[in-house]
Design a protein around this ligand. Structure first.
Ligand SMILES: [Zn+2]
Length: 385
């Protein structure tokens, strides 16, 4: 039995009373949280810093880990997409992809991450996930802008999801983004996830080009579709924001909107009213677009905010503390306590896994991290369990 105390203990939503002590049993599971009165003082291990539950990374692409340092920075999403597609088409063996994904998985674990919402286009990362100490929820990502291909693309995604499930891994379906997935296909995916009580995810308003595309203005997606030799002359811009074009396909279900860099107040309110989660991946935003969301616009929706690392194709590391620090230094309104909640309970809530993660749960090992605050920035000290 271990008795752990620190300057502060954060339970996933708030700080516990100062006298709180976490009791850990011999199997590393949290037994209970008690008051220090009644425990012999010399039995208590005291840590300088804040004890938190294990972190939840709400958005990653493990299968892109081999593309670290391969993609040019600050090109914007259409060119980034082009580079990802070209690089993925060749030059790497299955073993290299597996090794890089496995190293990335270990990196996340060592950075205090215990659960991940991870995007997969194919099965390249499944073996890593099967052997990982981290619990993954895999979003099988589907693309298809042409509504005529809706059924084929949906069935293709479903086949990969069934393969994932057959390996004992959990997952759901997710459209890639509004500019790459028809609203008909987004609706079919949203329906499937809702009927199966599974979380949904979509890249949302990551680039200004997306807004231009939806308003029918000159935009860089034309270049991407030319590169892909896809004729999109049939596409009629809906004349509204991308979010507005698909938001009605979401009905009373768990949904994660990722990035939200170019979401305005009206978009945010529309999504907040649907109880969507907003996931921020600041370092990827800086890598690709060199632009961050206005975090202050999300101040009234603290319980709906979570954080992701995105992939090593657009980030130098998979470390949620680095992401949290960008948010802390670019928001006057979000506090350390807010950000700790985003890293723990909110991420778990977005993925529908609060029964096991994101909180200090008796009978469970949902991870315990020790962090400290220095100059308004978080510093990861170590994993405690
Ligand atoms: Zn992503």
């Amino acid at each position: 039995m271990q008795f752990l105390k620190a300057n502060k203990i954060f339970d996933g939503k708030q700080y516990l009373p100062q006298s709180s002590v976490i009791v850990i049993d011999s199997q590393n599971k949290l037994k209970e949280i008690i008051s220090e009165t009644g425990i012999e003082k010399d039995k208590i291990e005291f840590f300088n810093g804040i004890i938190t539950p294990g972190f939840v990374n709400a958005h990653c692409h493990l299968e892109l880990s081999h593309l670290k340092n391969k993609i040019q920075k600050h090109t914007g999403i259409p060119e980034f997409g082009k580079q990802i597609i070209s690089q993925r088409m060749g030059g790497f063996t299955k073993e290299q992809i597996y090794e890089c994904a496995t190293n990335a998985d270990v990196e996340m674990w060592n950075n205090g991450i215990v659960a991940v919402g991870d995007i997969s286009n194919a099965d390249e990362s499944f073996k890593t996930k099967q052997n990982s100490k981290i619990v993954y929820h895999t979003f099988i990502e589907i693309l298809g802008l042409n509504p005529a291909n809706k059924d084929v693309m949906f069935e293709f995604g479903l086949t990969i999801l069934k393969l994932l499930n057959s390996l004992g891994l959990k997952g759901s379906l997710a459209p890639h983004a509004p500019y790459s997935t028809s609203v008909e296909l987004i609706a079919a995916i949203a329906n499937y996830d809702r009927e199966n009580n599974l979380p949904f995810s979509i890249h949302n308003q990551e680039t200004e080009e997306e807004t231009k595309f939806f308003f029918g203005h000159e935009n860089d997606f034309k270049k991407l579709y030319d590169f892909l030799k896809l004729d999109i002359s049939w596409f009629k811009a809906p004349g509204c924001s991308s979010l507005r074009s698909y938001i009605e396909t979401l009905k009373d279900q768990k949904a994660i909107l990722v990035h939200n860099t170019f979401s305005d107040q009206a978009d945010i309110q529309l999504a907040a009213d649907k109880n969507c989660f907003f996931c921020f991946c600041p370092n990827a935003n800086l890598y690709i677009e060199n632009k961050l969301p206005d975090y202050n616009l999300f101040q009234n929706h603290i319980n709906q905010l979570c954080i992701g690392t995105d992939s090593l194709a657009s980030n130098g590391c998979l470390d949620l503390i680095c992401e949290a620090n960008v948010i802390l230094s670019h928001s006057k309104k979000l506090t350390v306590e807010n950000v700790l909640q985003m890293l723990t309970y909110n991420g778990a809530a977005a993925l529908g896994i609060t029964e096991n993660f994101g909180q200090l749960l008796p009978g469970k090992n949902s991870g315990l991290n020790l962090v400290e605050v220095k100059n308004d920035q978080l510093n990861f000290i170590k994993k405690l369990t």
